[in-house]
Design a protein around this ligand. Structure first.
Ligand code: NDP
Length: 334
């Protein structure tokens, strides 16, 4: 058991719920932030553990967003910032994506600097989109690693919701790096940079028709029936339980300080996902995938090398087969 108290922003999110669950299992005390009392109560009921409590942080762009929480809880020594908008379709790219991500990050770091001098470890949930280039910036010959940055500019990120999301994550990570380079801070910061995150919900499947954005990739295949064609698409994935684990390594293991943890398991295609579903659930109506197309599809998917991260993490990633099986099992059976 440990007496350490860890703060997790956006605690009701898909990834954050797994982080909270794993922290509690390891004996940490956890304080999570949510945007409303209703969401907090719902989460508290789901988690059902006395070591968990919540605070309300209603707006990330409020300069004082995290000040009250830190004044009230001087026992927090680890701060995990997972809250950020996750959407490719917003009305106002700057106000709905870029500002909450970037200002939310600097507001958190400012509050820690001013009101949390006892905080020694900070982890930012960043993204593999801060590494991978997309559209005109995709390079089929590039092997993407921890040292690479997505070249997207702030102006380019205003072009559409997808680019807006890319910019929101890249410029939030840059803002955090800039902050610690310029300010005198008492903490180590590290970054977790996952690609598409699949896997089961930590506590419950809320709405099977609409899962969180990344699991909707798997759900889009689940929704296909015989005769439907499978889009020739794919990307890079990691299981949510590994992403949560990486957040814990990020503050427990000093080797992670200042590092990017580029948590990536493998590339995937929708054909492979369809075949995993057919193998695991023989009664499914999902059409069979044509994996002979995979090599062709892989040409448009990022190649990556995350050996540096894997050495720090020290665990094997959950496979696509296990991850997809577990989320589809929840969709079909819970
Ligand atoms: P979820 O949408 O499930 O969780 C997002 C969390 O952030 C929720 O708690 C949400 O609150 C909160 N949030 C969103 N927008 C705001 C805002 N404007 N102000 C305050 N809080 C906000 O997403 P994930 O769990 O998938 O994502 C968590 C983190 O992981 C994000 O930083 C995301 O960018 C990052 N990430 C996710 C990947 C993925 O594939 N899922 C891949 C790489 C990185 P509420 O519920 O109230 O909306």
């Amino acid at each position: 058991m440990t007496s350490t108290t860890v703060f997790v922003s956006g605690a009701n999110g898909f990834i954050a719920q797994h982080i909270v669950k794993q922290l509690l299992a390891k004996g940490y005390t956890v304080i999570g932030s949510v945007r409303s009392h209703e969401k907090g109560e719902q989460l508290k009921q789901l988690i059902n553990n006395d070591q968990f409590s919540y605070e309300i942080v209603s707006s990330l762009i409020d300069k004082d967003a995290f000040v009250d929480v830190l004044k009230k809880h001087p026992e927090i020594t680890v701060f995990l910032h997972a809250a950020s908008p996750v959407s490719f379709s917003v009305e106002d790219i700057e106000n709905d994506l870029l500002k909450p991500a970037i200002e939310g990050t600097t507001n958190a770091l400012n509050a820690i600097k001013e009101y949390g001098p006892q905080i020694k470890k900070v982890v930012l949930t960043a993204s593999a989109v801060n590494i991978f280039g997309f559209g005109p910036h995709f390079d089929a010959d590039q092997v993407y690693s921890e040292d690479v940055w997505n070249p997207i500019t702030y102006e380019e990120s205003l072009a559409n919701g997808f680019f807006g999301y890319l910019g929101s994550k890249k410029y939030a990570e840059l803002a955090a790096r800039d902050f610690v380079a310029k300010e005198k801070v008492n903490f180590d910061i590290s970054f977790v940079n996952p690609p598409y995150v699949f896997g089961p919900q930590a506590y419950v499947v809320k709405d099977k028709a609409n899962l969180n954005l990344s699991n909707e990739v798997v759900n889009s295949v689940v929704k296909l029936t015989k005769g439907d064609s499978i889009p020739a698409e794919g990307s890079v994935f990691v299981d949510v339980r590994d992403v949560a684990r990486a957040h814990i390594v990020a503050f427990e293991n000093d080797a992670a300080a200042s590092q990017r943890l580029f948590t990536a398991s493998s590339r995937y295609t929708l054909d492979t996902i369809a075949n995993i579903i057919n193998k695991k659930f023989p009664d499914t109506t999902v059409p069979k995938g044509d994996e002979s197309r995979n090599e062709e599809i892989y040409k448009s998917i990022h190649k990556f090398d995350n050996e540096k991260t894997n050495k720090i993490l020290g665990f094997e990633y959950i496979t696509l087969e296990e991850s997809v099986s577990d989320i589809v099992d929840q969709i079909y059976n819970v």
